[in-house]
Design a protein around this ligand. Sequence first.
Ligand code: NAI
Ligand code: MG
Length: 358
Amino acid sequence: KVFKIACIPGDGIGVDIAEAAVQVLRKLSERVGSFEFDFTTFDWSSRKYKELGYYIHPDGPETGMEELKKFDSIYFGAVGWPDVPDHISLWSLILPIRSSLSQYVNVRPTRILRGTSSPLSNCKPGDLDWIIVRENSEGEYAGHGGITHAHSSNTVATEVSVFTRVGIERIMRFAFKTAQSRPRKKLTMVTKSNAQRYGMVLWDKIYDEVKGDFADVETDKMLVDAMTVRMVLRPESLDTIVATNLHADILSDLAAALSGSIGIAPSSNLDPTRNNPSMFEPIHGSAPDIAGKGIANPVGAFWSAAEMVRWLGMENAADSLMTCLENVTDSGIKTKDLGGSSSTKEVTEALCTEIERM
Ligand code: NAI
Ligand code: MG
């Protein structure tokens, strides 16, 4: 079977790690033999925006979205560069893709890979093994709001969160099913419903309703501020976590850091109905501070690639890729952020060698 993959490297280290991921995916398909990838690269980047004034298409992003719908999956690097305001780059590229393709779930697994360690002294490898399920279509990133008196001392800006019953219920059910599929069957639901009285309270209410359909899942709920403390002090008490778009965005960066580095964390932007292609990307950004140096950690990109392979139905190949990846980290071939001294290229080549040997 041939899978058509749209590859959008984007900016900064996004370009390096997407190239590395394509190399690894090619190697994996060669080695396994039962599937192939047909990659098409889209140069939708901040560099192109500076040159031409648009990220996706001169007629508007819709034209690009029609193009993307023809693919089985999308592989994304990162977007953002210092010469374009970040709210423009994000809203011109990654957010339109997530929303136009109904990718309303963002799954962010975190665990401590073999040969790596947590900066927390109390945290042994098995203690931190989480899946954060992030609401990916509404909430704080709904894009509603405005600004008045922008150029006076009376400036007022609003940033309105939008929560819908449909939006909350579908993410809640997905999270319960995720928790149910894991050995511990445990879900923690995060809000800030003491201070925010409407949308967050609706989250609590729908969680209570949906809970009844998943009697075998152990549940608890946390306020997001207390949750940060629990993640640091009692990582072993958590398994699956569900939170809003903003809260889960923040918690997943923390989770990544607690598991070793932001450079290892993957994410899947899923349309669970499978009517549209899903998108896979590491959670980190374009890292302008290390871009062009050849030292970006490609592990999050490889893990994201494994999640793409899994979503496309090749469970065994995905598991094998993860085993090979952990053989590499375990052998000490790691980038600087994980305490090693290897380059992006060295890690990538070591992984390709592991795949050949598997
Ligand atoms: P960032 O994730 O790019 O970098 C944060 C820190 O982590 C930096 O010190 C960076 O060097 C380090 N880091 C990140 N990924 C790494 C890797 N693979 N290996 C080693 N070190 C790594 O976040 P930051 O600095 O807040 O944002 C930079 C740009 O990326 C901004 O324009 C931002 O808007 C954009 N961004 C884009 C995202 C996306 O495309 N989905 C997600 C997050 C940020
Ligand atoms: Mg983020």
